[in-house]
Write a protein that binds this ligand. Structure first.
Ligand code: SAH
Length: 375
């Protein structure tokens, strides 16, 4: 089935939900959240009908399919849903059939009503700090996608894949707050303040960050400023580069027999030095994942060897992991820096060190995403 993601402006448009069960209620909630005028129809009374809905206690008839923009056939009886769907198809009305999704002419996600949309408790908007994952748009969470699509403004980082930004509505404002390694296009303090001022202006502000906002993402600092300024916020976790890159490279970060723990570190250089607890990194059963480690790659490997790690310890550098241009460079901590030197490696890259990077464990021949390996 080929589907086109479409955004419908349903505000004040008539939509119909047929059925009295919980699923029907969820669909009606979504339509109400989109601003639609929702009619609920059932032959018996509807236990949890929303006060905003008009109620019709009768069977659906063919005339109904001409009156509504979207119809949701949410009866328990699949045959009734089938009839409704056929009528809608005849009259060019979009229809969701909950019993037979393949018969539906449109689909939209319904959210668990345990988690209603976040609303601000003041006149200010809500800021959602959203993890965009490591690159592949399909690694977004459903909540991230929903928030991106309901955002009035999105403040995004350099690492956010542009394809993910394309998932927004056409009227959503985009603001770039990315940081290049050497050139900080917007200082962190200005980003923090920008988020506060955007919450004064817009209802739904999305701060979109590569990976997970709380892993080397400075999410904590942004939240501190928001909390201080009484702005309501939420944090949506994303797949961090370590999980995304390791999965797409077939490297198990932990393994019952080879790696009982895993540590995430930053290899960022400060005054040409990397400040890590090198003596704490000698455990051969621990996988080491180093973010921002490309410039310091040689130094990191040398330091590990100096501090007792075997020069043969396997290492992989994953370049632009989970994207179409992903490349995986493998070697050992004594060879990797030389191996990648002539390969015009481009950021972002993630360094993974440990026993789980062995051909025996990586099973790469059968791995769909492991196409662009450079050994
Ligand atoms: N919050 C992010 C990390 C931000 S720090 C997260 O959770 O993933 C930026 C570093 O993340 C980069 O220097 C790189 O080391 C790593 N990184 C992010 N995306 C990556 C990708 N697609 N491939 C390889 N490394 C990536």
């Amino acid at each position: 089935m080929r589907l086109l993601p479409l955004f419908f402006d349903l505000s004040n448009r008539d939509c119909l939900v047929v059925g009295s069960g919980k699923t029907a209620t969820r669909y009606a909630n979504e339509l109400l959240n989109a601003g639609a005028c929702v009619t609920r129809m059932a032959t018996a009374s509807i236990p949890d009908v929303q006060s905003e809905c008009k109620v019709l206690t009768r069977e659906f008839n063919s005339e109904d399919s001409r009156l509504f923009w979207v119809v949701v056939a949410a009866n328990e009886d699949a045959n009734k849903n089938k009839e409704i769907t056929s009528e809608c198809h005849l009259n060019n009305t979009f229809c969701v059939n909950i019993s037979e999704p393949a018969q539906s002419s449109c689909h939209f996600p319904v959210h668990n009503d345990q988690f209603p949309p976040t609303r601000s408790n003041s006149t200010k908007g809500v800021v959602s700090l959203v993890g965009a994952g490591p690159g592949d748009p399909e690694l977004l969470t459903l909540r991230a996608l929903r928030l991106i699509q309901s955002a009035d403004v999105i403040v995004y980082d350099r690492l956010v894949n542009p394809t993910i930004l394309d998932l927004r509505r056409a009227d959503t404002k985009l603001l770039y707050a990315g940081k290049e390694k050497s050139e900080h296009s917007m200082p962190q303090q200005s980003i923090n303040e920008l988020l506060v001022s955007l919450a004064d202006e817009y209802q739904n502000v999305v701060r979109l960050k590569g990976g997970d906002p709380f892993i080397f993402g400075r999410g904590g600092e942004e939240l501190e400023t928001l909390a201080h300024s009484q702005v309501t916020f939420q944090v949506v976790p994303g797949i961090t580069a370590a999980s995304g890159c390791a999965s797409f490279a077939g490297i198990p970060l932990t393994h019952r027999d080879h790696a009982q723990s895993c540590v995430f570190l930053t290899g960022h250089l400060k005054n040409g030095e990397i400040n890590l607890n090198w003596q704490g990194l000698t455990d051969t059963t621990q996988t080491i994942v180093i973010y921002m480690g490309l410039t310091g790659l040689r130094k990191i490997c040398e330091k590990l060897i100096e501090n007792g790690r075997s020069p043969m310890t396997p290492a992989a550098l994953i370049e632009r992991g989970t994207t179409l241009s992903q490349r995986i460079h493998t070697g050992s901590i004594s060879t990797l820096a030389d191996i990648v030197e002539g390969r015009a490696v481009r950021a972002p890259t993630l360094l993974i060190i440990g026993q789980s990077i062995s051909n025996k464990l990586m099973h790469t021949d059968n791995l769909i995403h492991f196409k662009s390996v450079v050994r």
